[in-house]
Design a protein. Sequence first.
Length: 396
Amino acid sequence: MKKEELFKIYNDCIMPTYTKTPLVFIKGKGSYLFDIHNRKYLDFFPGWGVGNLGHCHPKVMTAVRDQISKLIFVANNFYHIPQAKLAKELHFWVNFPSRVFFCNSGAEANEAAIKFSRKFGNGRFEIITFRNSFHGRTLGALAATGQDKYKEGFSPLPEGFKTVPFNNLQAVEDALTDKTVAIMLELIQGEGGINVATQDFAKGLRKICDDKKLLLIVDEVQTGIGRTGLMFAWQHYGITPDIITLAKSLAGGLPIGVMIVKKEISQTLGPGSHASTFGGGPVICKAALAVLKAIHKEKLLNKAKMAGEYLITGLSSLKERFPVISDIRGKGLMIGVQLKVEGKAVVECCMEKGLLINCTHDKVLRLMPALSVSKKEIDRALSILGEALEKTEPGA
Ligand SMILES: Cc1ncc(COP(=O)(O)O)c(C=O)c1O
């Protein structure tokens, strides 16, 4: 199919809910994507946070092929082995007594956490969330999201969410009422511009939750599965959440969502109280097991940490060369480059030169390469980014 024909079908037949970049990809391998003209792109934002293992990891492909040839679907009123194995493996990584609920996306995992909190609250229903957070597009997750631009036109949203400034414990204290049941946050806000929670803030939230008997919900949809150099971002903070939500990269590119809940409260949702037809299907679970195994076997947590440090060092050199960069922040391989001007032109110039990156919150370049990214690939990305900053002369 020719590009023009493809674009026409998209125009005619697909809802225009995404801002499209005119690239058609046909193949992916590790840190690279290949387009319809067989042009190679170095992908430093694989799948919007889905590609922690890069594109088409061979172990994931084998696991999927193997499972798909045996059994594709099992309804959740029966048992199957991949789901049990994945639950056990997640339990190992979380390292505290817990139970999981499987679904298909980040929004659904957060929706489950919101429903869980309401049931747990038994009359208490308010959830405190944070400015610039992002929790998904379903009505509940959207109501929790602390950015008005995503909410325009969708009123009325479910009530019971209070959004307060991030990294501000006093604001949280001030928002508490006798109806508060939970505090929900990303420890590094992804869509919000790579804003990192401080140690004091995270520890303070845990203390408030303990003192007031609230649930601490940590949305690890983007930060999870090794992205920050540890399996989960909360592990940087010496705290334990009551609920964790996962999605994006867990199944190596296939759709998955998970809510993990502390075991002692997990009976809150009993039979019939929540469900998902496709949640935790055998193919997805086998893919996720392959992802977790690869992270362990290929020592990807340590690699992400080292690669992140290397990338930040290179970006710091760029900051010295280009005063338009005002800040570099993040953990592991979840990195934001704050510009003083809009970053769209830089992203487009990088793309023309064969590097894919993202810009969020207008002025923050977001870099989240595969955890296995090599020094050579980082050097190449830095060189292209430098050329793009020079060429576009943002702010000049
Ligand atoms: C932190 C966070 N939570 C939730 C979501 C929603 O995930 P999904 O698009 O899988 O529904 C996203 C998506 O970007 C996210 O970054």
